[in-house]
Write a protein that binds this ligand. Structure first.
Ligand code: GLN
Length: 481
């Protein structure tokens, strides 16, 4: 039996009785046993996964009604709540936190008979892009275990890439689904803001972040989107997509589509291998009948600074609840006055989160807000106007997902600003609310390169059609694990 199949293949095989959900789950758990010591994708495993798979087979045998996932093993980033399951955000602060309710995406997947094989690693509270800021140790890139897998949804990308599950859910505030997807050679999707409910996603910067799938194929992403998108009364920022079927007509192709090449994302600092992969993607798109043309979004040069100013501010407010009064761990108040108690409580937060909290306290503060936070909001607005104008002329935009190749574990950990700059190509979609996808496109020196396509708000279907067309032109070697 092949555990390297796509989500759609899995559902077809189980549905037709050619594959047993239990056997597949057993193989998946075996694979996890085999590779976890090297990769460390998981923070916790579901002890009932095999039993749940057995139930699926039983239901099929009895001809009972069954959901569209047919017992598919899915991994979940550990900042998404599954009821009665530990949800740590890879932080010592939430080491023993058990979620009291299901996130909406989890409820929806449970209704479709998905099986959550385990919770996967991330940078603490999703702040980072290498998974090195996890309080439980880094995940490793299956293509070369000396290298980072990207982040913050590193565990999601590793688990999909190394066949420890069929699909995963991550969250993308500034690239956290697309960056690890690019570094590990999986598909990673950041939907239009509001397309997927954030209810039950532990907030980092809620005005721009979205849950998104990581899968082996673009079709699998469309399949997942069909199951988890749509309006939710528990999240007022959700938008109604009227039950859109993202799989339908996914083969439409991109004949005649106009694609803008974002100049600012292929400039200084880009790795030559990444540039050449991007050029190759452009010529393949042209070969498929699209018209590609270079264009400019000049506010991109301020996007990283604006992104970190806005996200730190929101994080400062969202993470204020980890004060040991509402959430945290237990220690006695004896001998502390209020401030020293909170200060001690917050010592459980790691260095990167602490840095963001300090920044998030400062940039919106009286006397400084005009220089930092309000200015960042202006950049966000201007960038949004620029990209909206661009979509009057272009159907899609293209850029490499990340301007550089995956780097070695430890290589950039002491240089936060260098790390921030790696986000230059991903944050624009978040700041402007646009949907964006990373697809596996090339391998250079044994390391993956992803290509990013961006569409206008609510053009998610067009984006998936284009990504699917491009994906079909690519043939990559198998991951060497
Ligand atoms: N690297 C970015 C950050 O640290 C993105 C993180 C994310 O998308 N969650 O904020």
């Amino acid at each position: 039996m092949d555990i390297k199949i796509s989500a759609l293949q899995f559902t077809r095989e189980v549905k037709s009785g050619n594959l047993s959900a239990e056997e597949f789950m057993a193989k998946t758990l075996e694979q996890i046993q085999k590779v976890e010591e090297k990769l460390h994708a998981f923070l916790s495993l579901n002890d009932n996964a095999l039993k749940q798979a057995k139930e699926i087979d039983k239901k099929i045998k009895l001809g009972q009604k069954i959901g569209k996932c047919f017992g598919m093993p899915i991994s979940i980033k550990d900042n998404i709540c599954i009821k009665d399951t530990k949800t740590t955000c890879a932080s010592k602060m939430l080491e023993n936190f058990v979620a009291p309710y299901d996130a909406t995406v989890i409820t929806k997947l449970k209704q479709q008979d998905a099986i959550f094989v385990g919770k996967v690693n991330l940078d603490e509270f999703a702040m980072g892009l290498t998974t090195e800021f996890s309080a439980y140790g880094p995940s490793r890139n299956p293509w070369n275990t000396d290298y980072v897998p990207g982040g913050s949804s590193g565990g999601s990308a590793v688990s999909v890439s190394a066949f420890e599950c069929v699909a995963s859910l991550g969250s993308d505030t500034g690239g956290s689904v697309r960056n690890p997807a690019s570094f590990c050679s999986t598909v990673g999707y950041k939907p239009t803001y509001g397309l997927i409910s954030r209810y039950g996603l532990i907030s980092y910067a809620n005005s721009i972040e979205q849950i998104g799938p990581l899968t082996r194929t673009v079709e699998d992403t469309a399949f997942m989107l069909n199951l988890i998108s749509g309006i939710d009364s528990n999240d007022d920022t959700t938008v109604d997509n009227h039950g859109e079927d993202y799989l339908k007509n996914i083969d439409s192709g991109i004949e005649g589509k106009k694609i803008g090449i974002i100049k600012e994302m292929i400039g200084d600092g880009i790795d030559p291998a990444v540039l050449s992969a991007t050029k190759d993607a452009i010529s393949k798109l042209e070969g498929l009948g699209a018209k590609c043309e270079e264009m400019s979004l000049d506010m991109v040069k301020y996007s990283v600074a604006a992104y970190y100013t806005i996200t730190a501010t929101e994080a400062g407010s969202n993470l204020a609840r980890y004060d040991n009064l509402r959430y945290g761990y237990d220690f006695s108040v004896e001998g502390y006055e209020f401030n020293s108690y909170i200060e001690k409580a917050r010592k459980k937060l790691g260095p990167e989160v602490t840095r963001r909290m300090i920044l998030g306290g400062f940039v919106p503060s009286a006397g400084h807000a005009g220089k930092y936070f309000l200015k960042a909001l202006k950049v966000k607005n201007k960038l949004t106007r620029q990209i909206n104008d661009a979509f009057k002329k272009f159907d899609l935009l293209i850029a490499p997902t990340v301007p550089i190749l995956p780097f070695k574990i430890g290589e950039k950990i002491d240089d936060p600003v260098a790390l921030f700059l790696v986000d230059i190509n991903t944050v624009t979609a978040n700041l402007t609310g646009k949907p964006a996808i990373s697809i596996p496109f090339a391998i250079s020196h044994g390391l993956p390169i992803g290509i990013q396509l961006i569409a206008n708000s609510m053009d998610d279907k067009l984006l998936l059609q284009a990504a699917h067309a491009l994906e079909k032109t690519v043939k990559l070697p198998e991951v060497p694990i």
